[in-house]
Design a protein around this ligand. Sequence first.
Ligand SMILES: C[S@@+](CC[C@H](N)C(=O)[O-])C[C@H]1O[C@@H](n2cnc3c(N)ncnc32)[C@H](O)[C@@H]1O
Length: 211
Amino acid sequence: MSLFAKFYDRCMAATERGGLSELRTELLATLTTEHPEPEVLELGAGTGVNLDHYPPGLARLVQTEPDPGMLTRLTHRARGRGFEAAGASALKLPYANASFDAVVITLVLCTVLDPSLALREAARVLRPGGRLLFIEHVGSEEASVLRWQQRIEPIWKLVAGGCCLTRDPRPLLAQAGLELESCTPGHLPNAPRFVSPMIRGVARRAVYSAH
Ligand SMILES: C[S@@+](CC[C@H](N)C(=O)[O-])C[C@H]1O[C@@H](n2cnc3c(N)ncnc32)[C@H](O)[C@@H]1O
């Protein structure tokens, strides 16, 4: 098992306690307020930390994760709750077009090799009108912090499973056919400044689109 998989939950504990847990719950609660019994796909689910935050009443939850170490933990946790875990990459999802009501990504677009392709795949598997729910850490809007992020990024990627510090997925959403409905900037609590800038929100697949 990679060190990243082994220590991920411990590394995130202070951030979760400081408020990330609440943000997860708040975001995922909207799954069932908009859609009764939705079918939900989560990308890059890691060790399954979101499992404690999904509301009751999902018709189906599939959690995907390509890292074998993460997947082992995820599978154990997900199956215990009657959900599915799959070793799929967000860059090539083994699901039919328009097969889910919602896609969830939390702290994943920083790490995938091609975030643009991951978002196109998310849009493809969403039903028309379906929603992408996200929490992502991003490059800072403050020039001085962004410069630090750019300097630290090469080393950070080595120790943090390929995580990039300077990305901004917002422009990629529209290119993937997803319309940004809400986006709240903020900071990951109890996290170093160079990794804390984040956005959370919702984007929707158009009701009429090419897929
Ligand atoms: C920082 S962790 C986030 C884990 C979890 N989503 C969370 O909210 O804590 C980033 C995750 O993205 C996963 N990942 C990396 N490349 C991926 C890809 N191509 N498709 C899906 N997930 C990927 C990693 O294996 C890792 O589990």
